[in-house]
Write a protein that binds this ligand. Sequence first.
Ligand code: ANZ
Length: 843
Amino acid sequence: MVEESPRSGAAPYSEIVGDLESAIRELWAAEGVDQARLDDSPKPRRYVLGMFPYPSGKAHLGHVMVYSIADAVARLGRFKGQEVLNPLGWDAFGLPAENAAIKNGVHPADWTAANIEVMRDQIGRAGFSFDLSRELNTSSPEFYKWTQWLFLKLYQHGQAYRAQSWVNWDPEDKTVLANEQVIDGRGWRSGALIERRKMEQWCLRITDYAQALYDGLDELEGWSSRAVNAQRYWIGRSEGAEIDFTVPETGSVITVFTTRPDTVFGVTSLTIAPEHPDLAALTSAQARPAVDAYVAQVLRQSEVDRQTDDKMGVATGITAINPLTGDQVPVWVSGYVIGSYGTGAIMNVPAHDQRDFDFAVLHGLPVKQVIFDGAAPAGAELTAAHTQPGTMRDSGPFDGMKSTDAITAIIDAMQEQGVGRRKVRFRLRDWSIGRQRYWGCPIPMLRRADGTWEPVPEQDLPVRLPRDIDFQATGVRSPLATSESFSVVTLPDGERVEREVDTMDTFMDSAWYAWRFLAAGDGEAWPVQRANSWMPIDYYVGGLEHATQHMIYFRYLSHFLHSIGLTPVREPVVNFLDNGMVKLGGSKMSKSKGNTISPEEVFAEYGADTLRMYVLSDTPFEKDREWDDVGLQAKHRFLAKFYGFGTGLREVLPRTVQNVPPAATDAWGKSFVYEIAGTAAEVAVSVDEKRSFHTAISHLHSTAALLRARSREVGESLERAAILGYAYQSYLKMLSLFAPHLADTLWRQVTGADESLFRQPWVPEPDPADLVRSSAEIVVQLNGKVVGKLVVPVDADDDEIRQSLADNPPPSLANRVPDGGSQRVIVVRGRDGEPRLVSFVLK
Ligand code: ANZ
């Protein structure tokens, strides 16, 4: 460690920062300051979690940002006397490992293990206070055994089911993707255009929880409104109605879903999705060739093309009866109707829906207006859909009503006649979790020869991933199918059954890992009493890009686990801190763009504290920030200068731990103590409550300047030296939230203590008694009667007060005040020595 201050010729901070940081990290590791006591701690708990990293082998600035935030919150919690859990794990299943296996012949397990080693070291250099004794790895059998156990729980409770369903097929990664993994019609990783295919999948009934997940959003006061809104949109609750149209030829029924039952008198056709299960029965013999050709073409289209091609479609050659008007309207099929939303069938109201309007114009279908603005003349031709509410016309018994009122009235009427019903629909789809990949958690299910499914008994878990895999094989459902040791099993009764060869979506792992950090060994997934005392997570930190998929799955699992008694509350996260991105040249950093800054290089050149402080400075953490070398260097200079200042102070300050303020007898000391305590309180509120890390850091800058100024005023006073020492140590606590290496190093230097700064309490709240005014208002008396007031400096002596009375007399005294220095002016002081009254005696 550095023994000399730079002033006395020691090496400057930039030269020793690497050694300084690694030396203090070694001490932390040896002292175990980061470990949480999960059971029987008398302290209140704080569970802090930064979203765990995917072990790509390269830590990036996003990781530094997320864990810097989590670390500040975790360290502050410890200072405040909380038992803090801040763990780290690895989201270790996923495609890149498998792609590496295909390309380079490295086994995914080896590739992953090697990357974890590298990244643990990279992240370790940042000095985050992770409890590494609880580290987990989702690809290890110790972890995935419990992912399988969770799947069995979902299966037992009817949440997991097999469905022949239309899936998103990524032709490049040769896998099925969940809706959430398709972004603008392309695979979220490969970027390939997604095709639609029909395949049997394991799905989870997240839609059972759609209403609960929607309602739960109202409780999420610790989430940003942008994250809540993203979820609200994703769950997509629509209130509307189902309406039954009867097909006279067959007597069958086409049920449509609409959010605008008030427009039902304006329906001029129905349109069904190409995936509609009754399409064949709803197609006339004559129309069949055209319908078949059209449907085949749509199913080859990508999701985007299909949606942008929205005016296409063909008539199916049959009609259906509008139950309210008795009109017969033609039935069409078109790709713009989504098979999996609503009922997969819609009623077209060209007069009041723009897409229907375009469709009607293109195909020569009638446009029938039934809602009018009060002033609009009847019979005028529409040039675009009239989408606003208005007054009902040509709508039978509902004529003259406001269309917004007619919605309820029409639904009530339909319910009475049994031709329609009130209906809430969600955009959220069930979660298809099957992946035709190797590097994921095996699904613990067996298929008998008769096609029925048998769960693997709990005591046989984990179903281990085999190593005898042919990664180059194509055309198999999944690489797991190439392992004979895996894919065929003989049951105790002698029957040979097939093992499920799909693995789980890796979002399954991240949906429950937060509970596994509470594990106590391998005997159970987690002890319920630990979940009861540690869940929900107090602070969860991660990028806004996870506000929908991951955070929806996480909430779903938590609601489910709550329903079976394994976690105390439904909502798993109290405060969700969704951080912005670090950009370079205006765009997100990415390897493919070649615009990355490697944290490792910055650590090596400037130290971890510099980078950690830099990524949280100046800009609110939730906003994107532009990388700027000048800003980074400025942070480094600030820390270097402070290091020089701090080491120089050692000679003047008491060499002892100062967690409580020393008694201050004068205004200098009182106001200094008060100011430091006030700043500490503001830093704490900025970190814990306001999420304003950049504000906390700006306090650090201004307070460093204050310390420097006060240090020049200490002189020979021992009292002042003690107060400066206290202020300095208090400051190091604040600094340590962002620059822990430097802060703890300086703290140990100045105190000579053998333990860590991080075992100390936070700075006590400011004491109003220390609030020292620099000036006081005193009473002016003339012959014992109050005649006015005078403002003087609190430390003014008698002569100064007499002088200021002479200079600035109350109006009633104006021409009677004697010259300064008159003996007849008496100053009265309080017990604290401050002036209270000045009495002016005239004979
Ligand atoms: C008739 C109507 C008239 C509609 C009108 C709108 C305006 P949200 O709010 O997103 O739930 N729709 C229903 N199912 C559909 C599907 N599978 N694919 C494509 N569109 C579908 O939207 C519900 C509205 O979207 C429904 O209300 C329906 O069009 C359409 F003036 O019905 B509406």
